[in-house]
Design a binder for this molecule. Structure first.
Ligand SMILES: Nc1ncnc2c1ncn2[C@@H]1O[C@H](COP(=O)(O)OP(=O)(O)OP(=O)(O)O)[C@@H](O)[C@H]1O
Length: 324
């Protein structure tokens, strides 16, 4: 028998209604998630990539049982988020980016004690868990200081400790490096790498391509509440779906002919004099190569695109991308 996935989302839709001033009934609505299907297997670090407003936080909040779906089914570690939210909460930890989720006027230790108590931990078990996590995340010397006095990087380590307090199987990281400087962000990603090595399942939302490339096993793209590439891919499989062929000494008639081949989505002039043909699949790339060789072009090279290029291709524009 095959084990069911850690996260199983089918037809998930979530709308928000907006009441216009003095109107009795909600008049307008936002569809934050629109028939989303997603599977995340146990032990996987899954990146959910998308620009601002794509629906990433809404999805995390539904997985964390903070928000209810409008339609569809969501199962986390075998339990339904609507009918069995308590069972879901016992198995997950959530780490939010930015300033959300910590009490600034409490110390790091008090924050952890508070969240541990919410998970039903008390006494020695809670104390030793907090000792273990503060030690692990380099917080021991500052554990009795108020969190509001911490740097963003340290606050984020408290967040991570908080997310792990009940030793969850699934960790939801929503834009966890948002607002961190590059050193703190790198440090945080290294910690995520350690958690992955422990075999924890992680769903990481980000609009940072470099981050996804560094820490994720598979990625899905989301925009306007819709998963864009229905088949979540490993990074290498995703990259190999798109090909770039660069050629030197391409005449205008050859360029015009090659650019009309089905599957050639864009032609670009590179600074080193090469012309780059962007192909969306292997057969198109093969047809480009054949046409170039037929036209007696001999200086040809091909390369794989970066995740950033694939993201832009799928988004169909220049929105919301960030690369450190
Ligand atoms: N409580 C709410 N009330 C009304 N609309 C909301 C609410 N929460 C989210 N939305 C809308 O739902 C859509 C998705 O928002 P969401 O916060 O999930 O996106 P996101 O991908 O996490 O973006 P960001 O990276 O900016 O946080 C947006 O259009 C947003 O304005």
């Amino acid at each position: 028998m095959t084990e069911s996935p850690c996260i199983e989302i089918e037809g998930l839709t979530r709308t928000f209604s907006h009441r216009i001033f003095l109107a009795r009934r909600p008049i307008t609505g936002t569809i934050a998630l629109d028939h989303v299907n997603l599977i995340v297997e146990y032990g996987e670090v899954h990146g959910l990539l998308g620009p601002n407003g794509a629906g990433k936080t809404t999805l995390c909040k539904i997985l964390a049982t903070i928000l209810l779906p409008t339609a569809g089914t969501v199962t986390v570690c075998g339990s339904d988020v609507v009918t069995d939210p308590r069972a879901v909460r016992r198995r997950i930890g959530i780490v939010l980016g930015g300033d959300r989720g910590l009490y600034g006027r409490l110390t790091a230790r008090q924050n952890l004690r508070h969240w541990g108590a919410l998970y039903g931990l008390h006494g020695t078990a809670l104390r030793s868990r907090i000792d273990e996590l503060t030690e692990r995340f380099g917080l021991t010397t500052r554990q009795h200081d108020r969190v509001e006095t911490f740097s963003r990087g340290m606050k984020q380590r408290v967040h991570l400790a908080r997310g792990l307090i009940a030793d969850p199987e699934l960790l939801l990281l929503d834009e966890p490096t948002d607002g961190l400087d590059p050193v703190a962000a790198t440090e945080f990603r290294a910690l995520v790498g350690q958690l992955r090595a422990e075999g924890r399942t992680i769903l990481l939302t980000t609009h940072n391509m470099a981050e996804a490339e560094q820490v994720c096993d598979r990625v899905s793209f989301i925009d306007n509440g819709t998963i864009l590439d229905a088949d979540p891919a490993t990074l290498s499989a995703l990259v190999s779906r798109y090909e770039r062929i660069d050629a030197l000494g391409v005449t205008e008639p050859t360029r015009a002919r090659v650019s009309t081949i089905a599957g050639v989505e864009r032609v670009e002039d590179l600074p080193d004099g090469y012309v780059r043909f962007h192909a969306t699949d292997r057969p198109a790339a093969t047809a480009v190569l054949r046409a170039l060789v037929d036209a007696e072009v001999t200086r040809i090279r091909n390369s794989e695109p970066s995740l950033e290029e694939i993201y832009l291709h799928l988004m169909g524009g220049q929105r919301g991308m960030r690369v450190d």
